[in-house]
Design a protein. Sequence first.
Length: 251
Amino acid sequence: MFILLTNDDGIYSLGINTLYELLILEHRVTIIAPESEMSASSHSISLHSPLRVRKIDDAHYAVNGTPTDCVNLALFHILRETPDLIISGINMGPNLGTDVTYSGTVAAALEGAILGIKSIAVSCIDYKVKNLTGHAKFIGYFIKCVMRSDSLFRGTFININMPAHVKGPPYNFAITRLSSRRYDKVIEKRTDPRGREYFWIAGEPMNTDNGQGTDVYAINQGKISITPIRVDITDKSKINVLRRWTRGLKS
């Protein structure tokens, strides 16, 4: 199988390189990733600045852009064949609940799914983990289980969050839905040495829906969370409701 790896932590990050070293034992793998950290870049693309690609070797390419840029450059310029699978990660830090809308890691998998490639976003919730071998082994087992299914990935990608320590097989995991996450005290105001105000976006998460069945609940139980996410985010149940309430707008 031919696998494209990308991320938002940068091409030299522990997560992507641990995954690469394990996957190349059984697959052909190429890394095309940002040259520096691009966390929280979401699904942004570089429209107002040139993109540059630095070839490190035949299997490693660094891009001065976002994770979404990396996927597009990979598919439309760098690679000579279409990958069977795109894996974004292993990201250091969680991508849970509605936080996925901010995530560059998740956005790369979303871009892959939009372009018709089977795609998975992978994160470890602990920023300080020094050994991700167990996490990488789980991903190796996971792709063996799911890659035979075309219907699973039709209009969908998979978002995986793993606890600090992963043991198996057998693995302790749950199939989940996204939780709902909001933040308290999001803006922190400070003053620089010249007396001018500046701000940091920070905040503490408030999980308004972290009950049983959610990704946050699974992680809190020490389980791996596996969440299918649709590319089409249309709320089809509200289409007729919206039609009823907008009838008066028609001339």
